[in-house]
Design a protein around this ligand. Sequence first.
Ligand code: UDX
Length: 442
Amino acid sequence: MSAERQPIGVIGTGYVGLVTAAGFAQLGSDVFCIDIDADKIARLKAGEIPIYEPGLAEMVAANSARMHFSTKIADALARARLLFVAVGTPPTYSGDADLSAVHAVVEAIPAGSARGGEQGHALVMKSTVPAGTGASIKRVLAEQGKHGLCYVSCPEFLKEGSAVKDFMSPDRVVIGDDGDWAGDAVVELYAPLDAPLVRTDIASAEMVKLASNAFLATKISFINEIANVCEETGADVVEVAKGMGLDDRIGHKFLQAGIGFGGSCFPKDVNALKQLAGNSGYHFQLLNAVIEVNELQKRRVISKLLKHLGSLVGVKVCLLGLAFKPNTDDMRDASSLVLSARLQADGAHVRVYDPVAEREARSLIRGVHFATDALDAAQGADAVVLVTEWREFLELDWAQVAARMSGKLVLDGRNALDAHAVAAAGLTYEGIGRGSLTSLSG
Ligand code: UDX
């Protein structure tokens, strides 16, 4: 297979870029990975993986002969026709996506390399970009005389923590193009994965990505609001979600109430879609609520602590987990950022522990004590808050935790702990959208 697979370039070696590169190398392509960060490229050349993603290091190592790293886009242009673009598109202050990294890539391609037809190059957009970006990039290409350069939108749906698996067995592959050789070539690249294919126009492909993420975020904010109502009515949201999820029009996934969604995609994409609609004169009311509910949800932990402890001045709070979800070191828009800042503003002393994200977290979270493990974090704590449901926290010996705490409160921000095990250790359990210990015993 490898002999027939065409080489590709991947520009940007973040989560999406590196997983895409390793995935296509695994499928037999030679992959030329480009990043402007010379330090990152040096580390990758030395076989070091700059991010934590289960299975990625192994996949890169297994395909090292086919993976090439460079800071020069010319190295990819010289060997590959398809250039996958996986650079960052962070939100700007206005809520729009910042496309400067994407534009820098377009700028860096010399007009001479944009030959027409089968001999030319194509940009394959993996980064999440607002609908309409393809059209505007095509305009820029025309202005710069890069007429032969084709454009394909191929949004990535992989989830951090299971990115390698998601790449190798995607729910679907979405390819938006102008019906030219480049679209055909991308279809061919993905063919071995045997995934359902949606081949469509560029604007629709762009919108599939934004709408999917906005819908999933809406599902989470919806169940979080149901959880809040459950607290008022004495229902248990875990039971409610179980009952709802059995309706296969609803499904069980993304119905887990908690302390809000974070990460590099949901907050950014929901905002970008809201902004995109607003820019064209449409007020996307529902998404305003999704965002607001999520912000309030992060802060509900504070009101729960206040309810149990009275004041937070001088109180010791232990945060278990900092990453925006388990199995990643990604801290982007993690609920822990808001939580640790709010707690400190209210006068609490904060002790934190995360098995993987500490290095990332240290530059973002100030004034807290970084503990060496969960038990160390619980030392002297009046309250322990589960922020990220890492497996090791689910397997904690609560008697040992209780022995180290000076208080008794355990707030399960992800409804992931065994409430009875916590209670059996003499601690008070409280989750999100379910009764506290007293009504859970039974
Ligand atoms: C998401 C999309 O799932 C993926 O398709 C897209 O490519 C990028 O954005 P990711 O950001 O890796 O992926 O995380 P995901 O697993 O979707 O979780 C996002 C956030 O939602 C996390 O903070 C998680 O804790 C939260 N979440 C998820 C809930 O609070 N409840 C749920 O039921 C599910």
